[in-house]
Design a protein around this ligand. Structure first.
Ligand code: DGY
Length: 322
């Protein structure tokens, strides 16, 4: 019997491609060419499965051009690149990579928070530019992490990881807002108190966004929400671009309506709003929150495991549609 045909849409670890090749006929993309939607559709025309990374949109038009496609395994926990309804209507299974990146991503959220609140990027640029001539009492004075109030919007696994780091590691007072409240046991474990979004925005010294992107979460933070925040507050987005109105944020940063922001994700990435590139009080990173070698390898292996289990008839391990 011939092996199922799989398209690996982006460059991934060669050892994972080799694993897939033991089970499937694989077309891979070792040079990491960024295919247009039309090129992707053409390559999927004769494929039974696809390995994607979150930067390929899987929608009704693409599915119509891929009549054999049965599964798309995303190497990401977020799957806002999937039109899940269109996939379900076309009987295409979608999978993601939860859990394996939780702690690494929470670590990064904390790193970005600390770099932002303590102005590490700004001060490093100053030093490299040869501008450092003396000590000054207010030079790059930022805001404290320890003992401050951490507000987390989106209290899934990664949000809980950020909460635990804040509460247990830094003695922060943690408040959170989520679609649904955590159980009392989880709230106790995270030392986190549920509050309404506006209260969180008004009271938090540091606001960390860790919610999934959906039409309902589009511009969760826009001008009105930024206006509620303290002028000394920092905003961290490790969730998805589009959750923050980046144009409104750039204005708030320029006018010092909030103190600083740390952004790993952007509306329309990899394009970054030009105004964000010119304000000094923002730390910008290129969507790397889950980027450690072990975690990226675990994500790639879980996406591969999903394909292998699905075609073995065992069912997907981490399905996003049933
Ligand atoms: C994820 O897993 O969703 C990360 O954002 C990497 O894309």
């Amino acid at each position: 019997m011939s092996k199922p045909r799989i398209l690996v849409a982006r460059a991934i670890f060669p050892e994972v491609v080799a694993r897939l090749a033991q089970h499937f006929e694989v077309e891979s993309n070792p040079d990491d060419v960024i295919w247009s939607p039309q090129e992707l559709a053409a390559r999927l025309a004769d494929k039974d499965g696809a390995f994607t990374t979150g930067s390929q949109r899987i929608d009704a038009a693409l599915l119509a051009a891929a009549p054999r496609l049965k599964i798309v395994a995303n190497m990401a926990v977020g799957y806002n690149n999937f039109d899940v309804d269109a996939m379900t209507a076309a009987s295409v299974q979608g999978t993601n990579t939860p859990d394996v990146l939780t702690e690494t991503t929470a670590d990064f959220g904390f790193a970005l928070l600390m770099a932002t609140a303590r102005r590490m990027a700004e001060s490093e640029h100053y030093l490299r530019a040869g501008k450092w001539t003396t000590w000054r009492y207010d030079m790059f004075a930022g805001s404290d992490i320890h003992g401050s109030t951490l507000g987390i919007i989106g209290m899934g696994r990664i949000g809980q990881g950020v909460a635990k780091r804040g509460a247990h590691g830094f003695g922060m007072n943690v408040v959170y807002h989520n679609r649904s409240r955590l159980s009392p046991a989880l709230e106790a474990e995270c030392k986190a108190r549920y509050v309404e979004k506006d209260e969180l925005l008004r009271t938090a010294d540091h606001v960390v966004l860790v919610l999934p992107y959906t039409p309902a979460s589009h511009h969760t933070i826009a001008a009105a929400e930024l206006a509620l925040m303290k002028p000394t507050a920092t905003l961290i987005n490790i969730a998805r671009g589009g959750i923050v109105d980046d144009a409104a944020l750039a204005i708030a940063l320029r006018e010092r309506r909030i103190a600083a922001a740390g952004l790993d994700v952007f509306e329309g990435e990899p394009t970054v709003h030009p105004d964000l590139l010119t304000v000094p009080n923002v730390v910008l990173t290129p969507h790397i929150a889950s980027a450690t070698v072990p975690t990226r390898l675990a994500m790639a292996n879980l996406a591969a495991d999903n394909l292998i289990a699905f075609f073995d008839g065992r069912g997907p391990l981490t399905p996003v549609n049933q």
